[in-house]
Ligand binder design. Structure first.
Ligand SMILES: Nc1ncnc2c1ncn2[C@@H]1O[C@H](COP(=O)(O)OP(=O)(O)OP(=O)(O)O)[C@@H](O)[C@H]1O
Ligand SMILES: [Mg+2]
Length: 186
């Protein structure tokens, strides 16, 4: 076991509640799920895109992807204390730049490709932005990123295409949370 991993485990023991990451391609339903989940379990929903905007963590605009560039270091410095306390649901469409020690579980939402195409078109996405996001989903880019960046046994794929999936996924995450608290007290 490497030093980094030992450090990770020591940090986790001190958390009062777990931190979980909800990630996946834009449009897979992360925010819909996080909003519902945070209402049900009372954990804090941290929508990274919104927090970055509110705390001036966005740099110049990327003309190709038609979105601002995130100042990752500034964002992470601002979140460190909150994450050390625990009890957070982090919502973001990328996952590799966060410190590994922050998360007890990483849930990657995935969606049927045609459904995602329709959702993004409805949002007004066109051209390269639309194509790149749909390709990202087709090639499981975020799922692979998560498996590369975190221990595989804390990474869970949740299929999220129809409304019933949302309910099922919330149920699965609640079950995982219950186990975490049982392990901690046991
Ligand atoms: N399980 C589901 N069944 C049907 N529609 C869904 C489901 N989950 C989310 N949606 C719909 O998909 C659209 C995108 O959802 P949402 O905004 O939650 O995605 P997101 O992953 O947070 O996107 P972004 O990364 O851009 O913030 C919304 O219109 C939402 O209502
Ligand atoms: Mg969102």
């Amino acid at each position: 076991m490497g030093i980094a991993r030992m450090d990770t485990n020591v940090q986790n023991i001190h958390r009062e509640a777990p931190n979980i990451l909800i990630t996946g391609t834009p449009g897979v339903g992360k925010s819909s799920l996080c909003q519902r989940l945070s209402e049900i379990v009372g954990m804090q929903w941290l929508e990274v895109s919104r927090i970055a905007k509110e705390h001036n963590c966005l740099e110049e605009y990327d003309p190709v992807y038609q979105c601002p560039i995130l100042d990752e270091d500034k964002l992470m410095d601002g979140l460190e204390e909150t994450m050390c306390t625990g009890g957070n649901i982090v919502d973001y469409h990328s996952c590799e730049f966060f410190p590994e020690r922050w998360f007890d579980a990483v849930f990657v939402l995935t969606t049927d490709n045609t459904t995602l195409y329709d959702r993004l078109t409805n949002r007004g996405y066109t051209g390269k932005k639309l194509d790149d996001n749909v390709q990202c989903e087709i090639f499981n880019v975020i799922l692979e990123e998560a498996k590369r960046s975190y221990k595989e046994d804390i990474v869970f794929e949740l299929s999220n295409t129809v409304p019933q999936d949302l309910e099922d996924n919330i149920g699965k995450i609640c079950q995982w949370l219950q186990h975490w608290f049982q392990r901690r007290s046991g």
